[in-house]
Design a protein around this ligand. Structure first.
Ligand SMILES: CNc1nc2c(CCc3ccc(C(F)(F)F)cc3)c3[nH]c(N)nc(=O)c3cc2[nH]1
Length: 383
């Protein structure tokens, strides 16, 4: 195959980000990619194995999702990136003709694979599916993401779980910086496709500032804040964000990886984050939990057995409006598939409504008031 000549990612014509409004540190923006635009602040549903579990792609789109996440680690193992490429790429494969972001796979290797080893060159590991051996280097990760055809590609990085020794955090942060350089050199920026770097540095503000400044100097289409939502308390995450986002370019999107609860998202938007992903709305849905504007409801709880009310009669989502809590409770207890489907629908709908509300509030210059209103709703507790 022809070796693509690397281009400077910053030069790719159609990939872009524009800020429409700002309110304090909060930003209302729009990312443009080869497969369409992403309204920010944005929540990106997780589609690990080329599907958002229990949802049709048309449904996910109808809820207002502009972009989905796919996973290099899972898809390289099954069905393999080469097969997805032969079948027309991930957009065609999963019938999602809108933007897709893929993670680089390192995080999943460290949390899922067996016998994994990391060195300067790459991560090597054995598949959790069949034990086969694999090598994931910064270059191979981008080759896979390119074969999948994802619109936003992530550099390969090393994320350390917290708490961790400073020396360990520093080692992983510097390796990730060297891998960022190699990723930029290897990135073949087709028009409308972007490469994001990932800031590391654990819970150490000085290391975070060093990582953010070094990555900004290299130059990327966007910047993710990695190494968080790995067990640290919310106040630590927010302190790190407050130290990190001011060091990132204002005219590029920022993506906080793996975050989070509705409260995490509102607080992080207020600290200058534009893009979020989290398994919570989908995973919690499969476990019987509903996210609502009045807080979380656990439909496994017997108190719902005779409750004829829907989850939220004012919701535009049929799953939250047309089904009783008693019925949802029954489905969850009976472990019926429809239970997971309806609750996932409810949760993704709530997360997209939350993001739409934040976007409107920033545009109207009333982010702080809106934040207070949303938090008051969660505190009502009469759910
Ligand atoms: C849950 N907390 C968390 N998730 C984190 C993730 C994964 C994000 C992700 C991407 C794609 C998918 C897919 F399933 F939809 F594909 C699922 C999850 C990180 N990823 C990288 N590269 N660096 C990090 O430092 C990092 C930190 C993370 N904290």
């Amino acid at each position: 195959m022809t070796v693509p000549t690397p281009t400077d990612p910053a030069a790719a014509p159609a990939f872009g980000f524009r800020r429409i409004a700002t309110d304090g540190m909060a930003r209302r923006g729009e990312v443009t990619t080869a497969h369409g635009a992403i309204r920010t602040p944005a929540f990106m549903p997780v589609g690990t194995q080329a599907t958002v579990k229990t949802m049709y792609p048309e449904q996910v789109r109808a809820l207002g999702a502009d972009i989905l996440l796919g996973n290099t680690y899972h898809l390289m193992l099954r069905p393999t990136a080469e097969r997805v490429d032969r079948l027309g790429g991930l957009h065609r494969f999963m019938n999602w003709p809108h933007p897709i972001l893929t993670d680089s796979g390192g995080f999943q290797v460290m949390s899922l694979a067996k016998l994994r080893k990391i060195n300067e060159q790459a991560v090597t590991f054995q598949s959790h599916i069949d034990g086969s051996r694999h090598v994931l280097s910064p270059e191979r990760s981008l080759e896979i993401q390119g074969l999948l055809g994802s619109d936003i590609q992530m550099q390969l990085d090393e994320c350390v779980a917290l708490p961790a020794e400073r020396a360990e955090i520093e080692r992983a942060m510097r390796l990730s910086l060297r891998w960022a350089e190699r990723s930029k050199a290897a990135f073949f920026g087709k028009p409308g496709h972007g490469l994001f770097a990932i800031v590391q540095g654990g819970d150490d503000e000085a290391l975070r500032v060093e990582s953010a400044r070094a990555l900004t100097a290299i130059g990327f289409h966007g910047y993710a804040v990695g190494g968080l939502a790995v067990g640290e308390p919310q106040d630590v995450m927010l302190r790190i964000l407050s130290a990190t986002t001011p060091e990132l370019p204002e005219d590029r999107p920022r993506y906080l990886m793996g975050v989070g609860t509705p409260d995490d998202i509102v607080e992080s938007v207020g600290r200058g984050i534009d893009m979020f992903d989290c398994v919570m709305p989908t995973r919690a849905g499969r476990h019987g939990q509903a996210f609502t504007r009045r807080g979380k409801v656990n439909l496994r709880n017997a108190r719902h057995a005779d409750d004829p009310r829907p989850i939220d009669e004012e919701s535009t989502c049929p799953a939250a409006r047309d089904y009783s809590r008693a019925y949802l409770h029954h489905l969850v207890k009976a472990e019926e598939a429809l239970g997971a489907m309806l609750l996932t629908w409810i949760n993704l709908s709530y997360y997209q409504d939350l993001m739409a509300g934040l976007r409107a509030a920033i545009e109207a210059g009333r982010f702080e008031d809106h934040k207070a209103e949303v938090k008051a709703g969660w505190a009502r507790g009469d759910i």
